[in-house]
Ligand binder design. Sequence first.
Ligand code: GAL
Length: 685
Amino acid sequence: MHNKFAFGVDYYPEQWDETRWEIDASLMREAGFNTVRLAEFAWAKLEPECGVFDFAWLDRAITVLADHGLEIVLGTPTASPPAWLYAANSEIFRVLPDGRRLTYGHRRGYSPSHPEYLEHTRRIVMAMAQHYANHPAVIGWQIDNEFGDRDYSPAAQTAFQKWLKRKYISLEALNTAWGTVFWSHTYTDWSQIPVPLQTGATHNPSLCLEFARFSSDSYVQYQNLQLEILRQHCPNHFMTHNLMGFGYDQINYYDLANKLDLVTWDNYPRMWWNISEGDEPARAALGHATMRGLKNQAFWVMEQQSGAGGWEYVVPHPKPGEIRLWAMQAIAHGANGIIFFRFRSARHGAEQYWHGLLEHDGTPGRRYQEVKALGAELQELGAKILETRPKADVAFVQSYDSRFAFQIQQNNPNLHYAQFFKRLYSSFHSQNIGMDVVSPTNDLQDYKLVVVPLLHVVTPEIAANLERYVQGGGTLVLSFRSGVKDEHNAVVNAPLPGLLRSLVGAKVIEYDSLYGSTQSQVQLNLPARETQVLPSEIWCDVLEPEGAQVLASYTTGHYAGSAAITRNRVGRGQVILIGTAGEDLEHEVLAWLAEQLELHSQVAAPKGVEMVERRTNDERFLFVLNHTPEPQRIRLPAKGVNYSDQSADDGFMTLEPFGVQVLHQKIAAPENRVAHQAAPLWESQ
Ligand code: GAL
């Protein structure tokens, strides 16, 4: 599809005087950019009046950029419709859960279900597609911008009812699946079914889960509408959307990515809402792994942070070296394209403090110079790594249905799906163990270990997939609150963990939700390890083994002596159920499994130094990333070759503060034939 490494920038020519475009294009070329994303918010300039189009200015901008060798990704501008469109029909605005309709002033205000908005969308997308179908500089399309946010409008309600009718066919089937006899919520006509606007208190959880799925699907359908038009007119262009990583949980990204050619996402490691947590390399790594796993293929970062972000606040700028570090981390985790947000800091509008590569006055300062140096470095490296992929022996399974279910019923105030998931992921990340993040129905056979946090909603298909994996020799780790709900978000009519019970070889005979800072204690007896007593929190599943071995028991409370963690042998594999939460506890179990399954990389790294490998069958690139502000000296197990300067190394390397080095190695032939065989790394060639 796209056979070169994309290095580029997001540019808004409409925000700057036309006399400046030439200077900007030269600066882009000097920085080594080959790609520019344009036009994603330019609807008002492209269609100043309904049905009256003006592409002349964009054509001129593209000509200037193309003359400097830049290729163009066009955004469809539907995330920010013009004022005239909203003025014509204010019902196009989304409605919030509290029933308030949005008003004009920001962006992403539209209802993806409003028929009139769909008409406006068709018109602008069709006009753009026809105009740019054969433009030699255009290579692809980004549809809309960062889809998201549920809509509770009457248009959404009508679409929801239709969606349910298609799915359930009969009202009787819906009433039965949702158990609507409870509180007399039985529906006798499809039109009675509400969207879950805020009301007295809780809605039926079955309705809420279907609404979450519908809302996700409404964006998938909205994207499809644009995709069909674009594909029809521009069959040679690639299609993408810019997603929002692991953190965003309102859309099932597996569905959204399904029909796209390429996944791209927006990576902002430093935002005002995460500044207090400090920069966590694991957070960005998890985002990259999640995006890579949506299609199990290389992705791009469509917006890579290049300066201080901020609407009302200004967060700290990336320090010297950090822009390169963040970009290299993305590449290490599988990015084949890095597009920086944004070229020049805006003087106007809501994002005045969202700093780009150039300062507000257009000066190419430190951040621009750092990116230019990176551009020179990627000239060669970018081409070399294009066919390589990050290597992972471990898969983390992410279930959007379960995420949605916990949004509806959190179970415990301290239980957060994303936080718990990230905690387990971070435990391995800190040990530099490669991980993929995949869907519950993904083929799992190639992994040594599969970790599935909080698999709350389980379908027979998912249970069968996990069973197939374990029977074939895999090691599966499950957590508490697994198998609790069926696909309609009803509690299963069986002992927990429901459909997973025979796999786990134990049942939950009682559970305890630990409020506030209440803790329990667990005695951990892992084979070949010293016994330890560690705290547990949030939730305690009290387990009764049905063939499983007990790895840990509670030592406090009325269930002292009962099992907290079990291991069951199934076929050629094993299943570990961690029935409670506790950072140290989880870390111990995962570290023990890492040892047992030989997951560790052979290169030991100091804290804050991340190592990620991209490889083919014939060669490896090891990215060594120093996320700390201090220099780090690392001993490699054998003589290596420093890819960055191609000089032979003596087995040590020194990384500057926030420094990155890339090591390269050809893989000897015998190893190509044996999967997972350990071989000494980084021998001299
Ligand atoms: C992204 C968005 C961009 C810009 C950026 C900085 O979420 O796609 O358009 O808003 O954040 O705020």
